[in-house]
Design a protein around this ligand. Structure first.
Ligand code: N2P
Length: 355
C-alpha cells in the first residue's frame, strides 16, 4: 500500500513537472510572440516623433515602432542610396523629396490606405517637389533663423552679420548642413540661397571660412546647447529655437532682414520599405487632427491639417514665426534641387569644414 501510494505520488509529480514545463514553454512562446511583433522602422529628424506619438501607435496597432534620427537631408540620402536600410518611414524636406523621386528611391503611396489625406490643407499639397503628392505627405513646415538669449545678446540681432561679430566669439553654433550653411552666407551677401553662380558660392565659402574661428560648434540639434547656455546664439531651425524657449524663456528667435530658408518636411516610404502597409497606416495615423496637433505642439512647427488647430493653444496658432507674416514670408526661399550644381554646395561645405 505504501509502495502503491508512493508510485502514485511519483506519477503525480511527473505530471506536475510536465505541467510546469508546459507552462514555461507557453510563456516563452508568448514572449517570443511579443518579440516577433511587426516592427515599423522610422528614420527622421531629431525631435520629430515624440514618445507619445510612437507609443500611441504601438498600443493601438499592436506593433513596435523604432525611431532613428539623422541630421541633414544629405545624410538621409546617403543612407538610403546604399539600399536595403530596413526603414519604412522617412521625412525628407521638399528639395530632397524631388531628388529622391528622380533617384527612384521612394514608393508610390496608395491613397486608399490613407483616407486622412483629405485632412491636409491644399496650401501644402501639389508643390513643385512632388506635383501630385504621389510620394509624399507634408508633416511640418518651418524656417531657419537665429535663436538668441535675449538676456545676453544685445542689441536684438536683425542681420546675419551678428554671426561674424567678434564679440560673440565661441558663443554661437552654426548648422552643419551643406545647403543651409552656405545658404546663410549667400543670404547675408544679398544672393539667392539657390545660386548656381560659382563666383557667388565662392564668396559665401570665403565668408564662412572667415567666420570659422568664431564658431563654437557646427551642430544641427541646437536645442540642448541653447537650454544649457553653452551658446548664446544659434543658427538653427525654428522648432529647435521654440523648444529651447520653453525651457529657457529668455531664448528668442529672429529671421534676419536679409531673409532665410523655409522648408516643408514630408513623410515618405522608401521603395525598399519592408512594411509598406504598416507605413501607410502610420501616415494615416499622423494625419488625424488630434495626433497632428500633438505633433505640432511637440515639434513647435506648423500643422498642415487645419482641423488640428482646434486642439492647439493660442500661443502656437498666433506665433509670428510658426505662421510667418506676409512680410517675413516674402523674404524666405525654398532650398531647391540644383541638379549637378548641388555637388558644388557639398564640396564648398566640405572645404570649409576641412580648413
Ligand atoms: C529638427 C528639425 C529639422 C527640420 N529638429 C529641418 N528640415
Amino acid at each position: 500500500m505504501k509502495q502503491f501510494s508512493s508510485k502514485w505520488f511519483s506519477v503525480i509529480s511527473v505530471t506536475k513537472c510536465n505541467l510546469l514545463l508546459y507552462t514555461i514553454f507557453m510563456l516563452s512562446f508568448v514572449g517570443g510572440c511579443s518579440d516577433s511583433k511587426q516592427q515599423l522602422n522610422v528614420f527622421t529628424w531629431s525631435g520629430y516623433v515624440s514618445d507619445e506619438i510612437r507609443t500611441g501607435f504601438e498600443e493601438e496597432f499592436g506593433v513596435k515602432v523604432v525611431v532613428d534620427t539623422y541630421g541633414t537631408n544629405e545624410d538621409l540620402l546617403a543612407k538610403l542610396s546604399v539600399g536595403g536600410t530596413g526603414y519604412d518611414i522617412i521625412m525628407p524636406s521638399d528639395y530632397m523629396v524631388s531628388i529622391m523621386i528622380k533617384s527612384k528611391l521612394l514608393a508610390e503611396l496608395n491613397r486608399k490606405n490613407i483616407p486622412n489625406y483629405s485632412n491636409i490643407s491644399p496650401n501644402y499639397l501639389n508643390k513643385y517637389f512632388d506635383p501630385e503628392n504621389h510620394y509624399s505627405v507634408p508633416y511640418t513646415f518651418g524656417t531657419a533663423g537665429i535663436a538668441y538669449d535675449s538676456s545676453i545678446v544685445s542689441p536684438t540681432p536683425d542681420s546675419w552679420t551678428v554671426l561674424w561679430d567678434e564679440k560673440y566669439k565661441n558663443q554661437f553654433s552654426i548648422l552643419d548642413d551643406p545647403r543651409e550653411t552656405p545658404g546663410l552666407a549667400l543670404k547675408m551677401l544679398g544672393y539667392s540661397l539657390n545660386t548656381t553662380d560659382p563666383e557667388q558660392l565662392n564668396q559665401a565659402k570665403q565668408k564662412l571660412i572667415e567666420q570659422k574661428p568664431l564658431v563654437k560648434q557646427y551642430k544641427n540639434e541646437a536645442e540642448e546647447l541653447l537650454i544649457a547656455g553653452d551658446v548664446v546664439m544659434a543658427h538653427c531651425w525654428s522648432g529647435d529655437a521654440f523648444r529651447a524657449a520653453d525651457k529657457r524663456p529668455t531664448i528668442k528667435y529672429v529671421i534676419p532682414k536679409e531673409g532665410s530658408s523655409q522648408f516643408i518636411d514630408n513623410v515618405c516610404i522608401p521603395k525598399t520599405a519592408p512594411h509598406k502597409d504598416l507605413a501607410e497606416k502610420f501616415i494615416n495615423y499622423l494625419l488625424r487632427p488630434e495626433i497632428n496637433a500633438k505633433i505640432s505642439a511637440f515639434t513647435k512647427y506648423g500643422t498642415c491639417v487645419p482641423a488640428a488647430k482646434e486642439h492647439l493653444p493660442e500661443e502656437i496658432l498666433k506665433h509670428e514665426y510658426i505662421y510667418p507674416t506676409a512680410e517675413v514670408l516674402q523674404s524666405l526661399e525654398w532650398i531647391k534641387d540644383q541638379g549637378d550644381f548641388t555637388q558644388q554646395y557639398s564640396r564648398a561645405w566640405e572645404e570649409i569644414k576641412a580648413k
